[in-house]
Design a binder for this molecule. Structure first.
Ligand SMILES: Nc1ncnc2c1ncn2[C@@H]1O[C@H](COP(=O)(O)OP(=O)(O)O)[C@@H](O)[C@H]1O
Ligand SMILES: Cc1ncc(COP(=O)(O)O)c(N)n1
Length: 267
C-alpha cells in the first residue's frame, strides 16, 4: 500500500490539521502517518490555545517514521514558529521524500495565528523543497505583498510565488466572491482548476483536506496536474456533503462511498 505523511498541527475538533489529513489519506486510499508540530485546543468556533511541540520530539517523530517506513508523499500544514520550520527543513533535506505538498497555513478561519507572523521569512526557506505550494488568497497576499481580488491578480501572485523558488503553485480561489476556481502554475503554463461554490458555512479544514488529497494522489503515482484535479474533485464533494457539527464552521465530509465513482482507488 502507498503511504503519505502529514507534518502538521492537531485539531482537537477533528475538522482540520492532522485529523483532516489522516481522514483524507484514508478516503483516498493511502496509509497515513503523522508528525505533530503543535497541539491546538480547537473546535468549529475557535482556537482556544496552542502548545508547540518540542523541536526534539518533532525531529524524533520525523526520524522514527522515515527510518522505518517508506514515505511516498509528504504533506505539510501548520508549522507555528521558525524553530519548527527549521527542524522540518532539516528532516526533509535528510530524507529527501519524492513529493512534498506545502500548505502554508497562517491563520485559522476564526482569526487565530497558526504561524507566527515573524516566521513567514523562515517559511520562504522551505519553498524550494516543495513539489507544490497551496496558499489561499490571504496567504498568497502575505507571501507576495500583493492584493488579490480577481483572476489577473491571482496570475501575478502565482508568478511572484514561483519566483520564490517553488516548483509549482496552486493558488486557491475559495476566498474570492466568485466561483471557487483555483489556479495552477508551473512556471510556464496556467491551468484553471474550476470549482462550483456550495453555499455552506461548513468549510473548516478545506485547505487541509485539499492538500492532503493531493499528497495521497501523488503517493499513488498520479502526475501532479492529475493529482491536483482529482483532489479538487475530492474537496468539492467533501464540501458539498460537509457536516453541520458544532456551532461554528463545521468540517468537510471524508466518506469513501461519496467519491469512489469519481476517483481511482485501485493503487
Ligand atoms: N464554498 C465552497 N464551495 C466549493 N469549493 C470551495 C468553497 N470554499 C472553498 N472551496 C475550495 O476548497 C479548496 C480550499 O480552499 P480555501 O477554502 O480557499 O482554503 P483554506 O482552507 O486554506 O482557506 C479550494 O479548492 C477552494 O476553491
Ligand atoms: C491545526 C490546524 N491546522 C490547520 C488549520 C487551518 O484550517 P483550514 O484548512 O480550515 O484553513 C487549522 N484550523 N488548524
Amino acid at each position: 500500500m502507498k503511504t503519505a505523511l502529514t507534518i502538521a498541527g492537531s485539531d482537537s475538533g477533528g475538522g482540520a490539521g492532522i485529523q483532516a489529513d489522516l481522514k483524507a489519506f484514508s478516503a483516498n486510499g493511502v496509509y497515513g502517518m503523522s508528525v505533530i508540530t503543535a497541539v491546538t485546543a480547537q473546535n468549529t468556533v475557535e482556537v482556544r490555545s496552542v502548545q508547540d511541540i518540542d523541536t526534539d520530539i518533532i525531529r524524533d517523530q520525523i526520524e522514527a517514521v522515515f527510518d522505518d517506513i517508506q514515505v511516498d508523499a509528504v504533506k505539510i500544514g501548520m508549522l507555528s514558529k521558525p524553530e519548527t520550520i527549521e527542524v522540518v527543513i532539516e528532516g526533509l533535506k535528510k530524507y529527501k521524500p519524492s513529493f512534498i505538498v506545502l500548505d502554508p497555513v497562517m491563520v485559522s478561519k476564526g482569526g487565530h495565528h497558526l504561524l507566527q507572523p515573524e516566521a513567514v521569512e523562515k517559511l520562504k526557506e522551505l519553498l524550494p523543497l516543495a513539489t507544490v505550494i497551496t496558499p489561499n488568497i490571504p496567504e498568497a497576499e502575505v507571501l507576495t505583498g500583493l492584493t488579490i481580488t480577481n483572476l489577473d491578480d491571482m496570475k501575478k501572485a502565482c508568478e511572484k510565488i514561483y519566483e520564490l523558488g517553488v516548483k509549482t503553485v496552486l493558488l486557491k480561489g475559495g476566498h474570492l466572491n466568485s466561483e471557487p476556481n483555483d489556479l495552477f502554475y508551473d512556471g510556464q503554463t496556467f491551468h484553471l482548476i474550476e470549482g462550483k461554490r456550495f453555499y455552506t458555512k461548513n468549510t473548516h479544514g478545506t485547505g487541509c483536506t485539499l492538500s492532503a488529497a493531493i499528497a495521497a494522489n501523488l503517493a499513488k503515482g498520479m502526475s501532479l496536474l492529475d493529482a491536483v484535479q482529482k483532489a479538487k474533485c475530492y474537496i468539492s464533494v467533501a464540501i458539498e456533503h460537509s457536516l453541520d457539527l458544532g456551532h461554528g464552521h463545521g468540517p468537510t465530509h471524508h466518506f469513501y462511498q461519496l467519491y469512489k465513482k469519481e476517483l481511482a482507488f485501485n493503487e
